[in-house]
Design a protein around this ligand. Structure first.
Ligand SMILES: [Zn+2]
Length: 257
């Protein structure tokens, strides 16, 4: 399976920056996990193919590109965008984003081919299918209702925590998997901002280290969702942890799991 973190933010030369503001992971150019930069960084091919968007939680950096993506495709799409999320997250999107004030309620609108957006609620810890993927959502420990995912295409499986502080149930489920090809875990703040990380329910490198001690799988582990202002500090502290299979996920790079 091919996995890519889409660029969201650009340096002064217009190149993708490691300082990412938004989160959007694309699998096989077909399915998006979170939609932070979905409208901004997808290729023409990805725009043609991505009709399924799986949302972890409704924080802006994870959904910012969703209304604009649907807007871009509004007149031309022949299959509706399927938004997969928990009922709680769908409620937040409808109340706070697609509410006619911030943006149109696309779930009530049609183009010449039919409806343009549909919600597909999923349940916690109950496997569901999106295209060729089997996905399980596990609650994580964030400031708002949020889930991590275990994702399999039948041949390989990866785990993605999304935004979270310390977790136990997620690791229990991960440890119960036969074999994982990769784990993606957040680490938003550097150790110096431990109290901010704690109050906003995020991880620091030090806490990440104690989290990884709960892990019984051995596979590459990639750090994601670092706050853009602290990339240098967090990267340095991650290296200092000296964990051989731990690295930062590279922006835009296509990983094969
Ligand atoms: Zn968040």
């Amino acid at each position: 399976m091919r996995f890519q973190l889409l660029p969201s933010t650009f340096d002064e030369n217009g190149r993708a920056s490691v300082r990412q503001h938004l989160a959007c992971f694309v699998v096989d150019d077909l399915i998006a996990f979170d939609a932070g930069s979905l409208a901004f960084s997808t290729t023409a091919e990805q725009k043609k193919q991505i009709r399924d968007v799986v949302i972890s939680h409704a924080h802006l950096d994870h959904i910012a590109g969703l209304p604009l993506y649907i807007d871009d495709l509004f007149a031309t799409i022949k299959r509706p965008i399927q938004v997969h999320a928990t009922k709680e997250v769908i409620g937040i999107l409808e109340r706070d984003i697609f509410n006619w004030s911030v943006y149109p309620r696309f779930s009530e609108l049609r183009n010449d081919y039919g409806v343009v957006m549909e919600y597909r609620p999923f349940e916690i810890e109950k496997e569901f299918a999106v295209k060729h993927l089997k996905i399980k959502a596990i609650p994580v420990n964030h400031k708002v209702p949020s889930v991590g995912f275990i994702v399999s295409d039948g041949r390989s499986t990866f785990a993605l925590t999304n935004d979270t502080a310390e977790i136990d149930r997620f690791w229990d489920v991960v440890n119960g998997e036969k074999h994982l090809s990769a784990i993606l875990i957040e680490c938003a703040f550097p150790d110096e901002l431990g109290s901010l990380a704690c109050s906003s329910h995020h991880l620091t490198p030090k806490v990440l280290q104690t989290e990884l001690a709960k892990l019984k799988q051995h596979c590459p582990i990639y750090v994601v969702n670092i706050k853009p202002m602290y990339v240098d500090q967090v990267s340095r502290q991650i290296i200092e942890l000296n964990i051989e299979n731990l690295a930062l996920l590279k922006v835009g790079k296509i990983y094969e799991f």
